[in-house]
Design a protein around this ligand. Structure first.
Ligand SMILES: Cc1cc2nc3c(=O)[nH]c(=O)nc-3n(C[C@H](O)[C@H](O)[C@H](O)COP(=O)(O)OP(=O)(O)OC[C@H]3O[C@@H](n4cnc5c(N)ncnc54)[C@H](O)[C@@H]3O)c2cc1C
Length: 415
């Protein structure tokens, strides 16, 4: 595949952009692959990419029931951070954040990584104690975060109201190299690089059954026929329970809709990502000028991928005290995605009861930021059949054995 560069843009400008190649091929599925990855979200595509890049395994198909990146990867609010409390979490999220720093160069695709800074507001004394604890933990883990005072918060976010009647801002946890990236571009960049390595990305192809014999997977049945494989990776986020059922095992996962919305575009007013976890809302500004706003999950398990009025009301009511400016804004669009939640709010990167079948899920409301690290760790698990150091603690049996990696106590929110 021809490299994207400033010279390529100049050349194409001179010939009316007639020479661009398609970013990825759309091949017919082959009868057999070494590895099939189900799910062409960021995590599935990143897994395929690092299988090729780190282990030289390229006879790979990524099978997607819709269009690539059309699941949660294309529906999230793009927050990237690694200020997690528990050691296994901060290790994998920091690996991902570090990979994001150079991902555009690595993929030769501009993913618009914007390390604009990430601020988590402390608005109760409980949060002050909790976030200071996380800052100390992060120092031990080698993750650069700091505690900031209300005055420093005001400098970072001039439009904030520090003295809300219910929840005044008491300080915050700040990660200067946290930020955002363009979510579609992350999926597109990985897809292009996978296709370039000879992998097949097969869209509009739903896996409807998993075939196995003698405790190992032999292939999958799909809406485009049966496809054989030597190894299977299931990376389908909110549909993980469905795929696991096809494969004959159960997962400690619940599927719940998470919604987000954007305002009408306005002039630049906030150049940082702010999360207000007590009231449960978070906010950043897109390149187009829209305020990107998210809140909590639905209060019941479901598979819907759409917005609802009460969420607009709840999320904006929560945020308006701290950001009075949004009371004057029209909201433009709202949507939902199906997130895959575990009890300890940490992911699964795990072997399964089937010998050659591996699962990556449970990223819940916060897996966009993890995509490169998760793909890296999952590729190692699939290639070697055993987890490497990044994935070692994230097996599914921890719920049976009580080895929780409890991030819900750390933030109560994971976006
Ligand atoms: C509103 C919202 C806001 C969020 N905000 C953030 C945030 O700010 N920061 C952050 O880090 N994370 C955030 N997240 C979470 C993040 O989006 C997800 O954790 C992450 O995108 C999951 O990626 P994935 O590749 O695992 O899943 P997905 O992108 O959902 O990909 C899974 C794919 O599997 C496919 N699939 C399912 N079943 C089948 C089948 N039977 N056959 C074939 N294909 C199948 C689906 O079509 C889908 O494309 C948010 C999520 C939502 C919904």
């Amino acid at each position: 595949m021809r490299r994207y560069s400033v010279f390529a843009i100049a050349r194409e400008a001179l010939r009316f952009h007639s020479g661009w190649e398609k970013a990825w091929r759309s091949p017919e599925p082959k009868k057999q692959y070494d590895v099939i990855i189900v799910g062409a979200g960021g995590h599935g595509l990143a897994t395929a990419y690092y299988l090729g890049k780190n282990f030289g395994i390229t006879n790979v198909a990524v099978i997607e029931k819709g269009w690539l990146g059309g699941g949660n990867t294309g529906r999230n609010t793009t927050i990237i951070r690694s200020n997690y409390l528990q050691d296994p979490s901060s290790a994998i999220f920091e690996k991902a954040r570090a990979l994001y720093e150079t991902l555009s160069q690595d993929l030769n695709y501009n993913i618009m990584f914007s390390p604009r800074g990430l601020l988590m507001l402390a608005q109760t004394h409980h949060e002050v104690r909790g976030y200071k604890r996380t800052v100390h933990a992060n120092q031990l883990q080698g993750v650069a975060t700091e505690w900031v005072t209300p005055e420093q918060v005001k400098k970072l976010v001039p439009m904030i109201n520090l003295h809300g009647p219910r929840y005044p801002v008491l300080g915050g946890q700040y990660q200067a190299r946290g930020g955002t990236a363009r979510h579609d571009a992350v999926a597109w960049g990985y897809a292009r690089a996978c296709s370039d390595m000879g992998m097949d990305i097969i869209q509009n192809c739903e896996v409807t059954a998993v075939r196995s014999a003698n405790g190992v997977v032999t292939g999958v049945e799909t809406t485009r026929g049966e496809i054989g494989c030597k190894k299977l990776g299931i990376v389908v986020a909110g549909h993980s329970g469905v795929l696991a059922e096809m494969a004959g095992f159960r997962l400690p996962i619940e599927s719940i809709a998470l919604q987000a919305l954007v305002s009408e575009p306005i002039k630049p007013c906030i150049d940082i990502v702010v999360m207000a976890n007590t009231v449960h809302g978070y906010i950043s500004q897109s390149d187009k000028g829209e305020l990107v706003i998210g809140g909590g999950t639905d209060g019941f398990n479901n598979y819907t991928q759409r917005g609802s009025f009460h969420h607009i009301e709840e999320t904006l009511r929560a945020l308006v005290e701290t950001f009075p400016v949004i009371s004057r804004l029209k909201m433009l669009r709202q949507w939902g995605g199906i997130v895959d939640m575990t009890g300890d709010r940490s992911p699964l990167i795990s072997k399964t009861p089937l010998g050659n079948c591996f699962i990556n899920c449970g990223w819940g409301t916060g897996g966009f930021k993890a995509i490169p690290g998760s793909g890296w760790a999952m590729a190692e698990l699939v290639a070697k059949g055993e987890p490497g150091p990044l994935a070692a603690e994230f097996d599914m049996w921890r719920f049976k054995e009580g080895r929780f990696i409890d991030e819900s106590v750390a933030a109560g929110v994971a976006h």
